[in-house]
Design a protein around this ligand. Structure first.
Ligand SMILES: [Zn+2]
Length: 401
């Protein structure tokens, strides 16, 4: 596993032993006990409006087709990363490779003590985030006074495309037949296979391959598993994300913010069935955060605050940017094996962006911009010191999808 270059923060010393073992106890950032936050989360979930009990996607139109015109090819991404690398304020690195050997890059800017980790493209069909992240980093790498302020307050680390094999098909899954699994993990037999492996696609839903225990290695006794349990870090792609996250945790003590960028089918506003919502957001992915072991840093308030910061920025932007809905919530949704679910348990404030599929270039440009505006809202709130003033209960202002 790679390591970021070491910085002078005292908390960074020798975190790997803790990272690779069982969850450690650290002082919670907010001063509140994680357990009481978890209890609060459960209470709030229980009080959630009944409208949220309807099945996921009930008001969303089908899935997207295979059109990727307008998305960036892997070669396009390589060129964009090389261009960003010319900025004296940007560091780029090949931090890993996909199962088929494509590069997975990180693009990093800033020296601030708060760290924000943004990941795009984990589902190969969903690529608005890749472009948005590259645009954002171009801005953060420029010589403007504002970008310099942000770089002083924040360290922003991005993986523009964590699943380049899936993007190249395109398909939701990575490309990893089970024969490759047995080669990479000789302890695993041919059966049973992980529940999130697709025999049809010969690959994994990488966004179910995560585990809050960063030291986990695939154990045949745990397979096939299910959606209410952790994943197994079988795929090189999830293992690369884990390596980046773990190294940042070693460096900073806590990965303050983690954001995952996705696309969904076109969804109607609820209760207004005539209007479309171009973006759904969420900061909650676990029906019961206490059900997966002892994770004292889990911080539901921090997650809700960054969601509100993005929501407010998009409302201010006008021009349709503010037509946002809230993605289906727990307890109906329960996904500990997602990057968002697992990293939330480790204490990161987490946020999901689900842009609507773009059917033409204009809509795609809108969706990319919408992600940029939302991300910038969070960055501004951290940089200006206003994030902690946000009332996390305002999360409930975001209308249900
Ligand atoms: Zn997705």
């Amino acid at each position: 596993m790679f390591q970021w270059r070491k910085r002078s923060r005292g908390a960074a010393a020798s975190r790997w032993s803790a990272v690779l073992g069982s969850p450690e106890r650290r002082v919670a950032r907010t001063g509140l006990l994680g357990a009481s936050l978890a209890a609060l989360a459960m209470l709030l979930a229980a009080l959630a409006p009944a409208a949220e009990a309807k099945p996921n996607n009930a008001n969303c139109q089908g899935s997207f087709g295979n059109s990727i015109s307008g998305f960036m090819s892997h070669d396009d991404q390589r060129r964009a990363v090389a261009r960003l690398d010319r900025s004296p304020h940007i560091e780029t690195e090949v931090v890993g490779h996909s199962n088929q050997g494509r590069e997975i890059w990180t693009v990093r800017a800033g020296e601030g003590s708060t760290v924000m980790f943004i990941q795009g493209g984990i589902h190969g069909l969903e690529q608005h985030g890749t472009k948005a992240v590259l645009n954002l980093m171009q801005t953060l790498g420029d010589d403007s006074a504002r970008s310099r302020e942000i770089r002083e307050a924040l360290t922003v680390v991005t993986i523009p495309d964590i699943n380049p094999d899936g993007s190249s098909v395109p398909q939701r899954q990575n490309m990893m037949p089970w024969s490759d699994v047995m080669e990479m993990h000789p302890q695993l037999p041919d059966q049973p296979r992980a529940w999130y492996f697709s025999n049809f696609r010969q690959g994994f839903d990488v966004n179910r391959d995560f585990n809050a225990n960063l030291g986990y290695e695939p154990d045949p006794a745990d397979l096939p598993g299910d959606s209410a349990s952790f994943g197994f870090y079988i795929t090189p792609e999830a293992r690369t994300s884990r390596a980046v996250y773990g190294a940042l945790e070693s460096e900073f003590g806590l990965v303050d913010v983690f954001i995952d960028l996705h696309n969904q089918g076109s969804c109607h506003q609820v209760p207004d069935e005539e209007r479309f919502s171009m973006l759904s957001i969420s900061g909650r992915f676990l029906a019961d955060p206490t059900a997966h072991g002892d994770w004292p840093l889990f911080d539901d308030d921090a997650s809700r605050r960054i969601n509100v910061a993005a929501y407010d920025a998009l409302q201010r932007a006008g021009s349709g940017f503010g037509d946002i809905t809230r993605y289906p919530q727990p307890p109906g949704l329960d996904l500990p094996g997602t990057a968002l679910g697992s990293y939330a348990l480790r204490g990161s404030a987490v946020m999901l962006f689900e842009t609507s599929e773009g059917t033409n270039q204009n809509e795609m440009g809108f969706s990319v911009k919408q992600v940029e505006v939302g991300l910038t809202g969070i960055i501004d709130a951290i940089t200006d010191g206003t994030l902690d003033d946000i009332d996390p209960d305002r999360y409930d202002e975001v209308p249900a999808r």
